[in-house]
Ligand binder design. Sequence first.
Ligand SMILES: C[S@@+](CC[C@H](N)C(=O)[O-])C[C@H]1O[C@@H](n2cnc3c(N)ncnc32)[C@H](O)[C@@H]1O
Length: 301
Amino acid sequence: MTGDGDALFRQAVARLAAAGLPEAAREARLILAHAAGRAGEVVFARDVRLDAAAAARFGDAVDRRASREPLSRIVGQREFWSLPFALGPATLDPRPDTEVLVEGALRRLGRCDRPWRILDLGTGTGCIALALLSELPAATAVGVDRSPQAAALAHDNAVRLGLADRFAVIAGDWTQALSSRFDLIVSNPPYIVRESIPGLDPEVARHDPLLALDGGSDGLVAYRAIVPELAGLLAPDGIVGLEIGCDQAAAVTGLLTAAGFADVDRVTDLAGLDRCLFARTDAGSAAKPVKKSLAPPSCNV
Ligand SMILES: C[S@@+](CC[C@H](N)C(=O)[O-])C[C@H]1O[C@@H](n2cnc3c(N)ncnc32)[C@H](O)[C@@H]1O
């Protein structure tokens, strides 16, 4: 199959719309740019001619998208914090909502020029840790993931982004291999209630790895494993930031309180839903309140 981009584009839009995709034209245009080797450019279908190989790539990508594979997985990349992250079968497709965790952490650190030590539990593509490192030129970060494939991909992303000299990744179970202290611990752990996973959108239920989604029978299994370990890994005045499901703030706040964090700050996402919790230790490991009105950061947030 070879062809004029316009005709292929129109067929693709009809196909994707019939598959129930509300942004069929936008997605078809992105697939066309990808197939034409012009990913990242705005292409006009009438200006594109695809040779046989490119037309086959386009047809294959449209088929995959029509069967509800996410576009990010088809093109192998997702933008997060305006940085490109490669994806794989073992990694969650990073979500824009998780940028709230990055932004909240940067605001609480306040200074960009300090050699902050950061720990990212369940690093996946490395998106949270690497986004932070991109804003904090003197910081270092350790990412941990139970999936060796995810850990390897996080390392590859660090190399591609030029951040590998400040990022170490460990394939292991949460905090088990760790003994040093960190100024900031962040985590977006799996928090979906197990029995609700099959009912999620096919893009999520069929394509995000179960290890990245499954929070057990009540969604809280990972928090129960992580939260009691945090105080022992935080430096004096250290900060913890956890992404949560929108109905989990009370339960996870309860876990943090039981672990000695006296004041826990909730942050909402752009939809106004609870998205993250932040808490801070002081030298005595009892939590010190996190101020609600924060000074504007000097970072780019
Ligand atoms: C919700 S995903 C978050 C990935 C990435 N941080 C992000 O925000 O896109 C949770 C991650 O935790 C990892 N994970 C699950 N159980 C783990 C465990 N016991 N120890 C370490 N990592 C684990 C998964 O492999 C997955 O990469």
